[in-house]
Write a new protein. Structure first.
Length: 325
């Protein structure tokens, strides 16, 4: 194919980020959009030179796209991946890929059996700083992991409802969970505690928590915690720290720090991780090389399993074992 023709289902803020980077990729062209908000769809279509479609099926059957970006919220994913896979249309499914593990695993099987190229929204994997950390940690024994996702409340109504967003760990801190998996291996178990401390003062309808702590063990034997809150208006953190007996590695946003007996280095990436993610996906679609994608749908499903298990743990007040990642 000369250019990879790209369509979007869901054209909110995340989709627009992707579209702006796709405009910088010579091998990609945005041709179609679909969203339940017709006015927003028309606005985006005019901005990026695409055509609007009223339904997903109309867009998929129009013969105008080779690849589909799925940028709908996690509660609005019914039938999308399956429809694309059935038509041989490659896909990038934004995170989180759903809210029900059985459904996501069913989609994963369909996608893998279809032979299409598949990617997910775990963009931090593409940072050169993350790759440096991965190389450094490859032969290290990590003993403890500390992760943080601290910030304010997203100002969208569906996010505040647990049955629509899955809460902060599923919808936001999933990036930190994915980095842990990508850099040091699979989770063995999780134990979570969530509380609603302040959220009802401003959002009485909210069912998500505003403070959460997840304790976990990795299959390697390392222990760790993930601290989450949407209470903070003063500071924001999205960090993961790795401790060994003779080294320390931290990833804080775009910056990596590596400390051991011979060095103490800090590097900050200048990369646009959305651009790198989309370059890799477009190249994979054009060449048929799935290995160019650093975080495929199966990786997204494995990360989702950890976060949903933590939600189950918080409800059941017991440790949940991760069985299939």
């Amino acid at each position: 194919m000369e250019k990879v023709r790209v369509g979007f289902i869901g054209v909110g803020g995340m989709a627009e980020y992707h579209m702006k980077t796709l405009q910088q990729i010579d091998d990609a062209v945005i041709t179609a959009v679909c969203d339940m908000n017709a006015d927003r769809a028309r606005e985006i279509a005019e901005t990026f030179g695409a055509k609007t479609y009223e339904t997903l099926e109309q867009m998929l059957d129009a013969g105008v796209i080779d690849a589909l970006y799925i940028c709908t919220p996690p509660f609005a994913r019914e039938g999308i991946e399956e429809a694309a896979a059935a038509r041989g249309i490659h896909l990038l499914s934004e995170k989180p890929t759903g809210l029900h593990m059985e459904e996501v695993r069913r989609k994963e099987q369909i996608i893998r059996e279809s032979g299409i190229i598949h990617s997910s929204g775990y963009c931090l994997r593409y940072l050169d700083t993350v790759q440096k950390a991965k190389t450094y940690l490859a032969d290290k024994q990590v003993d403890m992991v500390l992760a943080y996702r601290i910030g304010g409340m997203p100002e969208v109504g569906w996010w505040r409802l647990m049955n629509l967003s899955g809460g902060q760990l599923v919808e936001q801190s999933t990036h930190q969970v994915d980095l842990i998996r990508y850099l040091v291996g699979e989770f063995d178990y999780v134990q979570a505690n969530y509380e609603q401390r302040h959220i009802h003062r401003n959002y009485p309808e909210a069912t998500v928590y505003d403070v959460g702590i997840v304790s976990f063990g990795l299959r390697s034997g390392a222990l760790g915690t993930i601290s989450n809150t949407v209470l903070s208006r003063q500071i924001g953190r999205g960090d993961v720290e790795f401790f060994g007996h003779d080294f320390y590695v931290s990833i804080s946003g775009m910056t990596v720090r590596i400390v051991d007996d011979t060095q103490d280095i800090t590097l900050t990436s200048e990369m646009d991780f959305y651009l790198e993610q989309n370059r890799a996906f477009v190249a994979a679609v054009k060449t048929g090389r799935q290995e160019l994608v650093l975080g495929d749908y199966s990786e997204a499903a494995a990360t989702l399993e950890v976060t949903l298990a933590a939600n189950d743990s918080a409800i059941a007040k017991q440790t949940i074992t991760i069985t299939s990642a």
